[in-house]
Design a protein around this ligand. Structure first.
Ligand code: SF4
Length: 255
């Protein structure tokens, strides 16, 4: 018998139980910084952030997840670091948070076809997206399938800041998709351009080309965050927030 089959029979099913159960395995997520109230010199941490993701207003430090690149400068090697959340449900529904029309209906609950296009990513988000199709995360069990053609796709996943050369391929892929279709931006670059920003060579995020329905912050977001985004697009999970503490204003990718 093939040794991989034997090994599988011996070790049993190792696929994550998320979303039925919370995943608590070590290393499953790098976590995200959290906003907090300041009482002393904590505000100094704001100047350490290279992307202006941290803000200090009145007595609160807030985090803008559209800009955070997971550099850990606000956590490591500093007295009074920010708080750190170890979770992974980071996906956010853009525009009207509670607008059900932004989500795909019941028919897509367990039959969602996904087309991924690399918009000039560094490779980190691509690596995490690859994981969702592997045995540990196994999105097939959730009724989610990667498809090679946009003509079969319900959801377009885009990673990277959308480089000049990828504008046309992304537009063509989106135009070829049948309605209703939704767009999910994976990672900080796809949301805001990240460290590349908008430039002569970069769109500065997918929403400057095609409006994103859902964004998944992180640099890169771990596989469970990407799965959370897919569950959110079919209304099987609620939305997270793009800021910490949560903003009371409408959340958009480029405010
Ligand atoms: S981890 Fe994010 S919020 Fe913290 S310093 Fe780095 S970019 Fe800024």
């Amino acid at each position: 018998m093939n040794k991989w089959v034997l090994k599988g029979l011996k070790t049993g099913i190792k696929t994550t139980l998320y979303p039925d159960k919370e995943e608590t395995s070590p290393g499953i997520s790098p976590g995200l910084p959290q906003g907090k109230q300041t009482m002393g010199d904590e505000a100094q941490v704001v100047s350490r952030c290279p992307t202006q993701a941290l803000n200090h207003i009145k007595d609160m430090i807030s985090v803008d997840y559209r800009r955070c690149i997971h550099c850990f400068r606000c956590l490591r090697g500093i007295h009074n670091p920010v708080d750190w959340d170890k979770g992974y449900e980071w996906a956010v529904s853009i525009k009207e948070i509670d607008d059900a029309s932004r989500m795909l209906g019941k028919a897509f609950d367990h039959s969602l076809h996904i087309r991924f296009v690399d918009g000039g990513a560094c490779g980190a988000c691509i690596s995490e997206i690859e994981q969702i199709n592997k045995p540990y995360y196994n999105i097939h069990r959730l009724g989610f399938f990667i498809t090679p053609t946009p003509r079969e796709a319900d959801v377009l996943l885009v990673a990277g800041p959308v480089t000049d050369h990828m504008r046309l391929p992304i537009e063509k892929a989106y135009d070829a998709m049948p309605a209703p279709k939704r767009v999910i931006a994976i990672g900080t670059c796809a949301i805001s351009g990240g460290i590349f920003g908008p430039s002569f060579a970069s769109e500065g995020g997918i929403s400057n080309l095609i409006p994103a329905d859902i964004v998944v912050p992180g640099c890169p977001p771990p596989p469970l965050s990407i799965i959370h985004g897919l569950l959110l697009v079919v209304s099987r999970k609620p939305s997270a927030s793009l800021t910490s503490p949560k903003s009371t204003e409408g959340e958009r990718p480029h405010d």
